[in-house]
Ligand binder design. Structure first.
Ligand SMILES: *[C@@H]1O[C@H](CO)[C@@H](O)[C@H](O)[C@H]1NC(C)=O
Ligand SMILES: *[C@@H]1O[C@H](CO)[C@@H](O)[C@H](O)[C@H]1NC(C)=O
Ligand SMILES: *[C@@H]1O[C@H](CO)[C@@H](O)[C@H](O)[C@H]1NC(C)=O
Length: 283
């Protein structure tokens, strides 16, 4: 098994390289929030690995589709500012390269009302802590009620709530209410599983980090996927090369007495049979 797994690991490392070399862009939003009051300003930016790919900001709103920053903001390179946002700027925003590659997308809601919910605009990693802030234009510490999927989850005297170690179960549509002021629009909070890559752990990682088992799982998955392929390729090649027909034999072998050639072939076939059963047992 050592040799086959070594071969598989070799294939694993080489097959990972094209993915790592792929250029990407990450969309950042400043200030980072899912909701804004109208007349505030915001700044979007495509942080790219390769600036020659020509990343630009695009958006879909209820009125327009795939429009570029120049149609609704001030662009400079791969970033884009909007000075005075209005409710019709609500929509989904993303970065797109000239070749049509896209970044992750974010939902932005601009409210003409008195209350907004400030929640993470980007998907949150499982295990991280998130803070939700319910606020008016002038204050972020009024008593507030927080709702998930329309049901009250908690009321807080100070207008903010922290959810510790989020899990997939915390994903959903959140909203808040400040008595006497009003209700915020809804926002979707998305929770993603931990990545299975060897990225360095973030500062938010907890001691119960589940990264090592996931990495082991990835390697095992690759082995399971690649080993049958490698074994069958090796078997097919060796069977083809030792094909017991006269055509493929070198001249010197073909002119040998038939009994000798037959003996050699028979031995080779036994060896192949032995190797293949061993390999099958291991796999
Ligand atoms: C934007 O709208 C177009 C057309 O409706 C759709 O194909 C595309 O998926 C949307 N993009 C995003 C990021 O939602
Ligand atoms: C966008 O705004 C940021 C900060 O508000 C500023 O540093 C940047 O120069 C602005 N970019 C453009 C294109 O106006
Ligand atoms: C944006 O909002 C829609 C519906 O509100 C939701 O289905 C979608 O997943 C959201 N996208 C992101 C990137 O949060």
């Amino acid at each position: 098994m050592e040799e086959t797994s070594l071969l598989c690991l070799l294939l694993l490392t080489t097959s990972c390289k094209p993915t790592q070399g792929r250029y990407e862009a990450h969309l950042t939003l400043s200030p980072s929030s899912s909701q804004f009051f109208q007349w505030s300003s915001l700044s979007l930016s495509c942080e790219e690995d390769d600036s020659s790919a020509g990343w630009t900001l695009r958006r879909n709103t209820t009125r327009e589709t795939r429009t570029q920053c120049d149609d609704w903001g001030t662009s400079a390179g791969s970033s884009c500012n909007i000075s005075y946002i209005v409710p019709s700027d609500s929509g989904v925003y993303w970065c797109e390269s000239r070749e049509g590659a896209t970044s992750q997308s974010i939902n932005i809601t601009v409210s003409g009302g008195a209350v907004i919910l400030q929640s993470p605009v980007l998907p949150v990693m499982e295990g991280e802590n998130i803070t939700l802030i319910c606020r008016t234009q002038t204050s972020s510490d009024l008593p507030a009620d927080f709702y998930k999927h329309g049901s009250l989850i908690i009321d807080r005297p100070t207008g903010h709530v922290t959810i510790l170690h989020v899990s997939k179960a915390d994903e959903g549509v959140y909203r808040c209410n400040i008595r006497g002021h009003g209700e915020s629009p809804p926002s979707w909070i998305s929770v993603t599983g931990r990545p299975t890559t060897t990225a360095p752990p973030t500062t938010a990682a907890t001691p119960t980090d589940s990264a090592p088992p996931l990495q082991v799982f990835t390697v095992v998955r690759y082995l399971v996927v690649f080993c049958p392929y490698v074994i069958s390729t090796v078997l097919m090649v060796s069977l083809y090369r030792h094909r017991p027909t006269g055509d493929g034999l070198p001249v010197s072998m073909a002119t040998l007495p038939p009994t000798w050639a037959q003996k050699v072939l028979a031995e080779d076939c036994d060896e192949i049979a032995e190797v293949s059963t061993k390999m099958n047992d291991d796999a």
